[in-house]
Design a protein around this ligand. Sequence first.
Ligand code: UD1
Ligand code: UDP
Length: 366
Amino acid sequence: MKKIMIVFGTRPEAIKMAPLVNELKSRERMEVVLCVTGQHREMLKQVLKTFKLQPDYNLDIMTNGQDLYDVTTAVMQKIKPVLEKEAPDIVLVHGDTTTTFATALSAYYKGISVGHVEAGLRTYNIYSPYPEEFNRQSVSILAEYNFAPTEWARDNLVREGKDEEKVFVTGNTVIDALSTTVREDYNHELLNWLGQDRLLLITAHRRENLGETMKGMFRAIKRILDEYDDVKAIYPVHMNPIVRNTADEVFGRCESIKLIEPLDIIDFHNFMGRSYLVLTDSGGIQEEAPSLGKPVLVMRDTTERPEGIKAGTLKLVGTNEETIYEQTKMLLDNPSEYGKISKRNNPYGDGKASIRISNILEEVLV
Ligand code: UD1
Ligand code: UDP
C-alpha cells in the first residue's frame, strides 16, 4: 500500500484534481490523503461539494485581501505537522498557485517526493502571469514526477534538464471534468433573461491586471454593451474584493450585464456552452473553451497555452482597452472571422488524464 497525499487550495486546482482524487481512491493499492490549504474558502467549498470530496485536512488559511507572503508562510507553517504525521510516499500538487509552490517546497524540506500535475507550462516571463510563472518553474526544480498535459509542455521540461523517464504526457485533467458537466437539456433563469441575444461570458482575476489595467478591460466591454442591442454579458465575479470594486465601478449601472456570484462548475460550463464569446484572463478557461468550440479573447499579454492559439480557438488580445474593444467588435460584426475561431478542437486531452496519471503512479511507486 502506497500513501499519496494530494494537496490543493484554490478553485481551479480543485476542479482539475477532483477527477484524479476519485480515480486514485478507486485503486486498491493506493491510500489517498486529501489536504486542502483553503487558500480559497467559498470558491473551494463550491467545488468540493460538486465533486463530493471530503478533505482529511483543511488548513483554512484564507484571509481577506491576503498577499503572497500571507499565503506562502501560512501554507508552510500549517502543512509541516500534516506532512510529519502522514509521512506520505509522495505529495501531488497541481499547476502554479502559491499553494502549489509552498506545498512542494514543504515536501522537499521533509525529503518527500513531489509529483507535479499540469507540469511544464511556460511563458518564460516571471512577471506574466505573476507569480504563477515563478511558481511553476520552481516546482519543476523540486518535482520528481512530472505529468505534462501536452507534448509542448513535456518538451519544455526535457529541454530544462528534467529526467525524460519521469516526464509523462497525460492530457489535462480539466477535460476529465468537462466531459460530465455539459448537458443538452440544461436551463437556468439567467438564460431566460438572455433570450435570443448573444452572450459574452466574462471572468477576470489576474494579480498583474488588478487596478487600472482591469478597469480598462472592463471599459472596453462596457462600450460594446452600450453599442449593441443584441449583446448581453454575464460575469460571475471573482471574490477578490479589489476585482469586485472595479467591476461595480465600471458596470454598476449597466443593464445589459449581470454581475453574479461565482458559478458552480456545472453552471459555468453550460453557460460557456451557450455563450457567443468568452472574454477572460483565466488559465483553465483557455483549456475548456476549445473543447466546446467557443472563441476566447484572452485578456493577457502572454499565455502558457499556445496549443489553443494554434488550434485557432484562442486569441491573445492583451489588456489594452482599445484593442479589446476592436477585437470584440470584429468578432461580433464579422461572421467569417467568427467562424474561423469558433471551432471545436481539443488539444488538451481526451478526458482520460486521471486514469493515465493513476496508472503511472501505480507503476512507479513500487
Ligand atoms: C489564486 C491564484 C491564481 C489562480 C486563482 C484562481 C496565487 C498567488 N494565485 O489567485 O494563480 O489563478 O487563485 O482563481 O496562488 N477570496 C474569497 N473567497 C474565496 C476566494 C478568494 O473571499 O473563496 C478573496 C479573498 O479576499 C482573498 C482574495 O480573494 O484574499 C484573493 O485570493 P488569492 O487566492 O490570494 O488570489 P486569486 O486572485 O484568487
Ligand atoms: N469557473 C467556475 N465558476 C465560475 C468561473 C470559472 O467554476 O464562475 C471554473 C472554470 O470553468 C475553470 C476554472 O473555474 O475550470 C478557472 O478558474 P480561475 O479562472 O479562477 O483560475 P485559473 O484557471 O486562471 O487559474
